[in-house]
Design a protein around this ligand. Sequence first.
Ligand code: FPP
Length: 226
Amino acid sequence: MIPPKHVAIIMDGNGRWGIKNKNSRNLGHKAGLKTVETIIRSSVKNNIKFLTLYAFSTENWKRPKLEIKFLMNLLETFLIEKINNLVNQGISLKVIGDLKKFPKKIQDQLINAQNKTKKNTKLKLILALNYGSKNELVHAFKILKKKRISVNEFNISNNLFTKNIPDPDFLIRTGNTHRLSNFLLWQLAYTELFFEKKLWPDFNNNDYNRILRNFRKIQRNFGRIK
Ligand code: FPP
């Protein structure tokens, strides 16, 4: 069994958790951030090398303005308060997605956080922000066309935001919904998929370890016979 290198997560269910427990979708996002921290620590412990979190999709701009503002503030707080913590844990931060729509202050903080952590090698934490897989593919094809590079699998992969990052070994989606929501469609071609009933703020270390154990039992053939 080859140990998993890359875990990708769709952190779904914050809104429902917030309404159910605090009568506020935003407080669900706040609780979701705690789970983010737990899963980052657990990934380091489990020697995972890449952790990709879907934090804001290209479609999330359709949410109410106040919810978007709350999510931006949460991201800002995370970047300000947790950056030293990330450095101390040996984590490097990378962002995938089109950041041009984000407030300038957050763009600068993201660039700063990526620079500050770039020498770290324990875990690469990849935040998907204003990320959409279709948008990423169009962006890659446009580069190939402009530079007159031939269209093949290697060249497409090499022009995605995830260049030089191995494809995810497994994907977790919480929140009892079975879809990919425009997340890493190219990169997930051979990824094992785990759909969890729990809402993201309720997802914990034991759940993560159980999925890791189940993943380790899977024989992955990548189209071959064993
Ligand atoms: C999906 O749940 C979750 C999001 C759109 C935001 C995820 C953000 C966080 C976990 C906190 C910020 C993270 C970082 C890394 C700073 P939903 O709102 O669609 O839930 P619902 O399906 O119950 O409505």
